[in-house]
Design a protein around this ligand. Sequence first.
Ligand SMILES: C[S@@+](CC[C@H](N)C(=O)[O-])C[C@H]1O[C@@H](n2cnc3c(N)ncnc32)[C@H](O)[C@@H]1O
Length: 212
Amino acid sequence: MSNGSHVLNEQVAYYRAIANEYEDHAIDQPGQRELLAAVDGFRPTGDVLELACGPGLWTRHLVQSANTVMAVDAAPEMLARARVRVGSAAVRFMEADLFSWEPDRRYDAIFFGFWLSHVPEERFDAFWSRVGEGLETDGRVFFIDDNYRTDAELIGGSGSPIIERRLNDGTAFRVIKMAHQPAELERRLQTLGWDIAVTPTPGPFYWGAGRH
Ligand SMILES: C[S@@+](CC[C@H](N)C(=O)[O-])C[C@H]1O[C@@H](n2cnc3c(N)ncnc32)[C@H](O)[C@@H]1O
């Protein structure tokens, strides 16, 4: 197994371990208001796919306007929390590793929150191919994320995609955290055939909205 796979496994282990204290680690930085307003304005209809749903914070928003939501995550502990939080028959949950997952059908919209920054460079193009395969011709993509990395997290320096995250009890895990810059990310997605506007906020958060 390559070193890269080790980190991706550790990333899942981190999220499994942190599921019950996930909200304690929210990033307290400017731009959250703008981000929430952007998600509110998304209002997807039809059948929606949510990637890396975590404890369902966004799932409950999506299901307000969607007919159905299929929410995917690799951590059973996150899915268990999401099921309790969302409690809607219109939402189905699936445990899957997004690095080997393939979409089961085409959806009217695909949403992912704070996931893209956890996709390593060498898997970026393949990830977006899978998103394209899972989207109806006129389907919409919407994502939110941040490029926030503290000095303490940068165990490999600011040029490394690998950072260290800690649980409340101090247990350390390595995860991928790509510090995407919105304008550069937008250009890169264009080269892959996407028409997605990536909008920065006054803080480290940004969102992307568009189509293939
Ligand atoms: C930063 S959290 C985002 C959760 C949720 N979308 C939100 O915004 O609150 C990242 C999520 O990715 C999930 N995850 C990590 N590696 C994964 C993988 N290989 N496949 C699927 N999900 C994964 C974690 O379990 C976690 O729920």
